[in-house]
Design a protein around this ligand. Structure first.
Ligand SMILES: O=c1ccn([C@@H]2O[C@H](COP(=O)(O)OP(=O)(O)O[C@H]3O[C@H](CO)[C@@H](O)[C@H](O)[C@H]3O)[C@@H](O)[C@H]2O)c(=O)[nH]1
Ligand SMILES: [Mn+2]
Length: 745
C-alpha cells in the first residue's frame, strides 16, 4: 500500500550512472521519521517502567512480593530486548523497484548467466511428488534462455516414487514448456494454471489431458508404494530403478544421480531445446551425519558444480512454485549490475503462500518476519536468507568477497568451466563421488564453505554467516508474488514448525557465532541486534508465559499486583501496551494487512509463546546438556479433505493429543476462571480500581482463547480437543492453582 506508491520511476538512473536505462531504484519508506520520534518517547517509558520495578523490588517487604516483582522485571527486560531489537528494523526500512524490461536494452539474451535451480524434497508421503513436479515445471518454463537452466532435484527421502514422478514430468515438460511460451502464460505450474483457467482452448484441453494422465499415474504409484514393471517404459528407466535393491532404505543407500533431461540433446515438441533436469539422491549411511537440508543443499552445490557450475543458483523448497516467469530477470537486475554484484551474495524474494484462510488463523503469512522486518534489514546490509526463493551467486558459498575459500578438488571451484557433456562417464563419476556421505569428512563444507551446519534453521544461519564475511544481500518484493508456497493447515503442524525454528535459532544464538557477540563485532550493532532478535526468538516464552499465568493466579488469590487506575503509574502501563500494540497494528496495516489477520497475528504470537517456544527452549537445553537429540521434522504438505474444509472455514484444528495443547488449554482455563472471579468481585462492589489491570489481562486472554473453549466444550467434529488433552490440562491448571494458594498465602 503506502510502500508500493513510493517506488520511484525508471528515469531516475541510480546504479548505471545515467548512461543506460535504470535497472533498479531504492527509496526509504515514508514512516521512518515517525518511527524514530516514537522510539525516543517509548524508550523513556521503558526506562520509567524499569525504574518502577526496581523501586518496588527495593521496598518489597515479603518474599512473595519480591518474587512476583522480580518475575515481572525479568519479563519486562525480555520485552525491552525485543523492543530495542525491533527498532533496528524501523530505523531505515527501504522499498525497491526493478525494471526487468530494461535488461534487454543492456544485455543480449545470449549473455545471460546460466542458472542452476535447487529443489529439495524429503518425504514422498508428506510432500506429494506431484507437487514437487509442479514446482520443477514452473521454473523449467521460466522466461529465460532455456538451455541455460538446470534443475536439480534433491530427494532426501531416497524414493523411487519421486524419481518416477520426475521421469514422467520430463516427458510432460516437452509439451508444457512450448505451450506456456507460445501462449505467454503467467502460472507456469500446471496445477495452478488449470485451477485458474476454466475457459480452455482445444490446445489447453489436450495439454490438460496429458497432465491429468501423468498425475493419475504418479498418484497410483504412490498409493501402491512401488514402481511396478508396467510403469517402466525403457531399459534406461529399468536400470535406474534397479538401484533400489532390497538393502536400499531411506537412511542407508548409495548415491543416485539420474539425468532426466539433457539440454544439449533433448528437444520439446516444437523442436526447441529443453533445460537440464537432474534427479539427485545423495548417499546416506546411518554412520555419518547428513545435516538435514543444509547437507542436501551442499550435495547439490557439489553435484551441480561438476555438471553445470552455473554462476547463479536459485534455492527452492519443494512447495515453492514460481508464480511469475519473469522472476529470474528481476533478480538479474541486481546480479548483473557491475556496481552491486561484487559484494552481493543473494537476492531474496519474500515467502508468500497460497491457500491461507481469510483470517489466517495460524499466522502462516508471517508478515513481520517475511516482509516488514526484511524491509528493515534491507536498508542496513540486506535481508536474512529465508530458505527458499533466493538467487545466490555461487561464489558467495566459497569464502568472503575478498578471499576465496578453495574446495578440495578443482571441479568444485566456483569459476571452474565444465567442458564435458553432463552425461559423460567422467562427469558422472565425479558427481557420484561428491554426493557420497564421506566426501565431507574433515573438510570445510558446512563450516566455511557452502550452507552452514549446526542449526535446524540452516537458512538463517547461512545468510547470517555470509553477511559476517562481508557479503551484502537485497530484498526483492515485486507486486506479483514471485513464488507461492504451502502452509501448514493444522495447529499441530504449525506449532511443530515453530518449535523447530525456535530450536534452530537458539542453536545459532548460543554458538560461538552468536549474533549478540560475533555478529555485533562483524556486522555492527544494528545488524547484530537485528539478527539477535531472531536468534533469541524463543525467549518470547518468558514474558508471554508469565503474563498468561501470574496475574491470573494472583487475581484468584485476591492479590493485586499492578498500579491502581487512579495512580500515575497506571498510565505508564496503558501507554506501553497501547503504544506497542498500536505501532504493531500500524506496521501491519501499512504492509497491506487486514484487521482480521492482524488480530490472528497477535493471537498466534501468544499461542506460540506458551507452546512452541516453551517446548523448543526445553528441547534445546536438553540437547545442549547432552541429554537428548532432535531432528528436522518436515512439515506435511498433504491435504486431508475434512481438515482442509475446516481450515477454509477458519476453525482451529486440534484433533490429536500434544503436550503443546496442554499448556495452551491450561492457560485458557485459568484465564477464564480468574476473569470470572474478578467479575464476581466487581459485582460485590470490591476494588475495581486495584483489579483493573489483572482483569484486563485475563479478559484479553479469554477473548483470544475463544477457539480453545469451543474445541473443549461444544465442538463435535474430528478437529475438537481430545478428551485426554482437556483432562491433563485441567489437572495442570488445578495443580498450578493449588501451588499458587500456598505461595500467596
Ligand atoms: O532432511 C531434510 C529436511 C527437509 N528438507 C527440505 O527442506 C524444505 C523445508 O522443509 P519444511 O518442512 O517445508 O519446513 P518449513 O518450516 O516450512 O521451511 C522453512 O524453514 C526451514 C528451516 O527450518 C527452511 O529450510 C525453509 O526453507 C523454510 O521455508 C523442504 O523442501 C524439505 O523437503 C530436506 O531436503 N532434507
Ligand atoms: Mn515449508
Amino acid at each position: 500500500m503506502g510502500a508500493r506508491q513510493q517506488g520511484g520511476s525508471a528515469i531516475q538512473a541510480t546504479s548505471t550512472g545515467g548512461r543506460h536505462p535504470s535497472l533498479h531504484t531504492v527509496k526509504p519508506l515514508g514512516r521512518t521519521l515517525f518511527n524514530r520520534v516514537f522510539a525516543t518517547i517509548y524508550a523513556h517509558s521503558i526506562l520509567a517502567l524499569l525504574f518502577y520495578h526496581a523501586k518496588t523490588l527495593f521496598y518489597s517487604t515479603t518474599l512473595v512480593s519480591f518474587s512476583v516483582t522480580l518475575a515481572f522485571l525479568i519479563s519486562d527486560l525480555v520485552l525491552a530486548f525485543f523492543w530495542v531489537s525491533t527498532q533496528t528494523f524501523r530505523m531505515f526500512p527501504v522499498y525497491r523497484k526493478q525494471f526487468p524490461e530494461n535488461l534487454k536494452k543492456i544485455m543480449e539474451r545470449s549473455d545471460f548467466p546460466a542458472l542452476d535451480v535447487f529443489i529439495c524434497t524429503a518425504d514422498p508421503y508428506k510432500e506429494p511428488p506431484i507437487s514437487v513436479v509442479n514446482t520443477a515445471l514452473s521454473v523449467m518454463a521460466y522466461d529465460y534462455p532455456t538451455e541455460k537452466i538446470s534443475v536439480y532435484v534433491s530427494d532426501d527421502g531416497g524414493s523411487a516414487l519421486t524419481l518416477f514422478a520426475f521421469m514422467e514430468a520430463s516427458k510432460f515438460a516437452t509439451h508444457w514448456l512450448p505451450f506456456c511460451k507460445k501462449n505467454n502464460i503467467l502460472e507456469r505450474s500446471p496445477e495452478a494454471y488449470f485451477e485458474l483457467n476454466h475457459t480452455c482452448t482445444s490446445e489447453a484441453v489436450s495439454i490438460k489431458i496429458i497432465y491429468e494422465s501423468m498425475k493419475v499415474k504418479v498418484e497410483r504409484v504412490l498409493e501402491r508404494g512401488k514402481v511396478d514393471d508396467e510403469n517402466i517404459t525403457s531399459g534406461q528407466e529399468r536400470e535406474a530403478f534397479n538401484k533400489w535393491a532390497d538393502s536400499f532404505t531411506r537412511q542407508d543407500h548409495p548415491a543416485v544421480i539420474q539425468v532426466l533431461l539433457d539440454a544439449s540433446k533433448d528437444k520439446d515438441i516444437a523442436g526447441y531445446s529443453m533445460p537440464n533436469l537432474i534427479y539427485v539422491s545423495r548417499e546416506k549411511s546411518k554412520a555419518s551425519p547428513h545435516h538435514f537440508k543444509a547437507g542436501a543443499l551442499n550435495a547439490l552445490l557439489r553435484v551441480s558444480g561438476c555438471m553445470t557450475n552455473a554462476p547463479i543458483i536459485l534455492t527452492l523448497d519443494c512447495d515453492s512454485c514460481s508464480n511469475d516467469p519473469e522472476t529470474p530477470l528481476r533478480a538479474m537486475c541486481y546480479l548483473s549490475d557491475p556496481e552491486t554484484r561484487p559484494q552481493l551474495a543473494y537476492v531474496q524474494f519474500p515467502q508468500i503462500f497460497r491457500g491461507i484462510n481469510k483470517s489466517d488463523i495460524y499466522n502462516a503469512e508471517f508478515k513481520r518476519l517475511y516482509q516488514i522486518n526484511v524491509m528493515g534489514f534491507d536498508g542496513l546490509s540486506g535481508p536474512n536468507y529465508l530458505g527458499t526463493g533466493c538467487f545466490f551467486q555461487r561464489r558467495a558459498f566459497y569464502g568472503s568477497p575478498s578471499s576465496l575459500a578453495s574446495p578440495e578438488i578443482p571441479e568444485l571451484a566456483p569459476d571452474y568451466i565444465v567442458d564435458k557433456p553432463i552425461q559423460s562417464q567422467s562427469v558422472l563419476a565425479i558427481a557420484h563421488q561428491v554426493a557420497s556421505c564421506n566426501y565431507e569428512s574433515r573438510s570445510n563444507w558446512g563450516s566455511k564453505i557452502g550452507f552452514r551446519y549446526g542449526s535446524l534453521s540452516e537458512d538463517y544461519h547461512t545468510g547470517f554467516r555470509m553477511q559476517c564475511e562481508g557479503w551484502k544481500s537485497i530484498f526483492c518484493d515485486p507486486d506479483r508474488p514471485a513464488f507461492l508456497g504451502d502452509v501448514p493447515i493444522t495447529l499441530n503442524d504449525a506449532l511443530n514448525q515453530q518449535k523447530r525454528w525456535s530450536i534452530g535459532l537458539l542453536e545459532v544464538g548460543f554458538s560461538k557465532y552468536s549474533p549478540a557477540t560475533f555478529g555485533v563485532k562483524s556486522i555492527g550493532l544494528l545488524m547484530g541486534l537485528a539478527y539477535a532478535q531472531s536468534a533469541f526468538w524463543a525467549m518470547w516464552s518468558i514474558p508471554i508465559t508469565t503474563y498468561a499465568f501470574l496475574p491470573q493466579l494472583a487475581l484468584l488469590n485476591k492479590v493485586y499486583i499492578f498500579p491502581k487506575v487512579s495512580e500515575p503509574w497506571f498510565f505508564l502501563y496503558a501507554f506501553l501496551f497501547l503504544g506497542a500494540y498500536g505501532q504493531d497494528f500500524l506496521d501491519f496495516i501499512l504492509a497491506g494487512g487486514s484487521i482480521q489477520r492482524w488480530w490472528s497475528d497477535q493471537r498466534f504470537w501468544i499461542i506460540r509463546g506458551i507452546s512452541s517456544y516453551v517446548f523448543g527452549s526445553v528441547e534445546f537445553f536438553l540437547k545442549f546438556l547432552g541429554i537428548s537429540a532432535f531432528g528436522f521434522n518436515v512439515t506435511s504438505k498433504v491435504v486431508d479433505h475434512e481438515q482442509s474444509k475446516r481450515y477454509g472455514q477458519g476453525i482451529f484444528e486440534f484433533g490429536v493429543h500434544s503436550p503443546m495443547f496442554v499448556t495452551l488449554t491450561a492457560a485458557a482455563i485459568i484465564n477464564l476462571i480468574s476473569f470470572s472471579q474478578g467479575l464476581v468481585e466487581v459485582f460485590r462492589g470490591n476494588n475495581l480500581e486495584g483489579l483493573f489491570v489483572q482483569m484486563f489481562i485475563s479478559g484479553f486472554a479469554v477473548v483470544n482463547s475463544w477457539p480453545i473453549y469451543e474445541a473443549i466444550a461444544w465442538r463435535k467434529d474430528k478437529g475438537k480437543m481430545p478428551i485426554k488433552t482437556s483432562i491433563i490440562a485441567t489437572l495442570l491448571a488445578g495443580t498450578l492453582y493449588t501451588a499458587s494458594c500456598f505461595v500467596f498465602l
